[in-house]
Design a protein around this ligand. Structure first.
Ligand SMILES: [Zn+2]
Length: 349
């Protein structure tokens, strides 16, 4: 029986020794637990031998019993030592198995309009323009009156406006969701004076009936350049440079007269339709041309509202539809996709 005990002792210690070589902590723990049950458990091998001691003679009982206790203590100590050294010391690490492949967290990306805006900002910065912003909830004064659009002027009908109804408001302070980025023209003149070269990208709002080309919320980019001797040819040069920057090639344009109360003269710049190369298609309504920016020479009344001497300085202003430009660049037929939050659309950019 002593031999059996000795054999058991050696076997148990040897298996523990082998277990130290195991690489995987999870397996190590499981095997350790299984071995502990196998040797020290209530129905384990050691218990089975100990149970036979009662059948021995009194002298044998004493000798074998003492030896069995020694073996049991030795194995139990070896197991608890193994647990302390190899399992608990790694317990902190066991929460994270560094050898497992990681989970890649999905990152979002910029919206196509933001991408367009950033591209234009870079372009204008390279031409020496600063980038400004203004409030989206604007006063009636800056949105209309300072831009040479007095109350009851028919030009207000060109923009379906969201008015904000607050009682006790003086007309001048009446608030509107800005219908264009142009109010920042006067704000910028008041703040920085002349000379001034700036763009204002931002969100604007109109009370539109929604369809494929009309949205209540869209993006514009306003630009102004004020200095001595600025003429409309400066504006055309900047516009051409801009289109070249966006479409990465020379873009053919044409200029038509246009009416906007805050410029005089006012012009519309059209570019040759890139989809049909000027042959006529549904997107350009068969004309071969697409309207891209309205603009013109800043009206003297607007310069004066901004505190700039209109006899000394002149300047041009333009407003371009960031949303429309993004539609043209990517061939997007429905404006409503931009605000839809539809990932099938957004993930294409
Ligand atoms: Zn076309």
């Amino acid at each position: 029986m002593k031999n059996k005990l000795e054999q058991l002792r050696q076997e148990a210690l040897k298996q523990l020794e082998d277990l130290k070589e195991s690489k995987s902590l999870k397996n190590q723990k499981e095997i350790w637990r299984a071995l502990e049950i196998k040797y020290l458990g209530r129905k384990g091998q050691l218990s089975q031998i100990l149970r036979q001691i009662k059948d021995l003679s009194t002298s044998e009982k004493k000798e074998v019993g003492a030896f069995a206790n020694k073996v049991k203590t030795e194995i139990a100590e070896a197991f608890s030592e193994f647990e302390n050294k190899f399992l608990s010391s790694k317990a902190g690490q066991s929460q994270v198995d560094m050898s497992l492949p990681g989970k890649r967290s999905s990152l979002g990306h910029l919206h196509p309009i933001t991408l367009m805006q950033r591209e234009l900002e870079e372009l204008f910065k390279s031409l020496g323009f600063s980038i400004l912003e203004g409030p989206e909830l604007e006063s009636d004064y800056y949105n209309f009156q300072a831009l040479n659009i007095p109350e009851h002027h028919p030009a207000r009908d060109m923009q379906d406006t969201f008015y904000v109804n607050w009682e006790d408001q003086e007309d001048e302070n009446k608030l509107v969701l800005r219908t264009h980025t142009s109010p920042v023209q006067v704000r910028a003149m008041q703040e920085f004076g002349a000379p001034l070269k700036a763009i204002v990208p931002g969100k604007v709002f109109r009370n539109e009936a929604l369809d494929a080309s009309h949205e209540h919320t869209f993006y514009q980019l306003e630009g102004i350049m004020i200095d001595k001797n600025i003429s409309i040819s400066n504006m055309i040069a900047v516009m051409k440079e801009l289109l070249k920057g966006i479409f990465k090639e020379e873009v053919e344009i044409r200029i038509r007269p246009g009416f906007f109360p805050f410029v005089e003269p006012g012009i519309e710049i059209d570019m040759k339709c890139r989809l049909c190369q000027g042959q006529g298609c549904p997107v350009c309504k068969q004309s071969g041309w697409l309207e891209v920016f309205p603009g013109g020479m800043i009206h003297p009344n607007v310069l004066e509202a901004g505190g700039i001497d209109s006899k000394k300085y002149s300047g041009f202003a333009f407003g371009l539809g960031l949303t429309r430009l993004a539609m043209m660049k990517h061939g997007i037929a429905d404006i409503r996709l931009f605000n839809s939050g539809d990932l099938r659309f957004l993930e294409q950019f």
